[in-house]
Design a protein around this ligand. Structure first.
Ligand SMILES: [Zn+2]
Length: 148
């Protein structure tokens, strides 16, 4: 399983491209996810999105409840109005730490590795990580949040 190079830089066009949903959980998709998991572990991250490894699929992985979870075609279908502010970093933005407002609770819909549709309610840290990763799939980075 190769470790993939991580795309760096707030102005990198690869990180700014909106991703495309994958039509099916193919061998390629599974291999990509395996490689992303290896890459994230190596980098000691808690999440990684396809654009960060120069791919255009709507796929990310996130540590949810302490477990590395692949999210295929994830959509955040619900967000609490209540937000909190916490520090975030990003594997694509070394040495950048910013206070980012995020919804405390979200509902996320995605497909798992078996191609089965999943819907989960997440809170706090889990919700924060998934919001960060889904932002990547829309070409959004933490530096885009105005901080005051
Ligand atoms: Zn990131």
């Amino acid at each position: 399983m190769p470790i993939l190079p991580i795309v760096i830089g707030p102005d990198n066009p690869i990180l700014r491209k909106k991703t495309k949903p994958v039509p099916a959980v193919t061998k390629d998709v599974k291999q990509l996810i395996k490689d992303m998991i290896e890459t994230m572990k190596e980098a000691s991250g808690v999440g990684l999105a396809a654009p960060q490894v120069a791919r255009t699929e709507r796929i990310c992985i996130a540590v949810i409840g302490g477990k590395i979870t692949p999210l295929i075609n994830p959509v955040i279908s619900g967000k609490s109005k209540e937000k909190d502010l916490d520090q975030e970093g990003c594997l694509s933005l070394p040495n950048v730490w910013l206070m980012i407002p995020r919804s405390v609770e979200i509902t996320v819909t995605y497909k798992d590795l078996k191609g089965k549709k999943q819907q989960r309610k997440l809170k706090n840290f889990d919700a924060r990580v998934v919001q960060h990763e889904v932002d990547h799939l829309e070409g959004v980075l933490i530096v885009d949040y105005a901080t005051s």
